[in-house]
Ligand binder design. Structure first.
Ligand SMILES: [Zn+2]
Length: 80
């Protein structure tokens, strides 16, 4: 992930991170600008927003739950 310095717009590097939630969905990123004329240090926040596709395991669990709510006939019709 590329971080840019908000002051000079040059490349910055992440020097450390601090997880703000147990699931690591919100993280403070401590950054340092690599531009020798700037050398600013700053904190960015990175957060999970939403899934585009759920993890495969989740999809399988959803399918299994749906199958469990079908009758034998409906299940046979769907899988046959
Ligand atoms: Zn900078």
């Amino acid at each position: 992930m590329r971080i840019e310095c908000p002051h000079c717009l040059q490349k910055a590097v992440i020097t450390s991170r601090n997880n703000l939630t147990e699931a690591k969905t919100v993280v403070d990123l401590y950054c340092k600008c690599t531009n020798p004329a700037c050398e600013a240090t700053f904190v960015c926040i990175m957060s999970f927003k939403h899934d585009l596709n759920p993890p495969a395991k989740t999809t399988a669990q959803i399918a299994q739950n749906l199958l469990n709510h079908l009758s034998q006939e409906e299940r046979a019709q769907l899988l046959g």
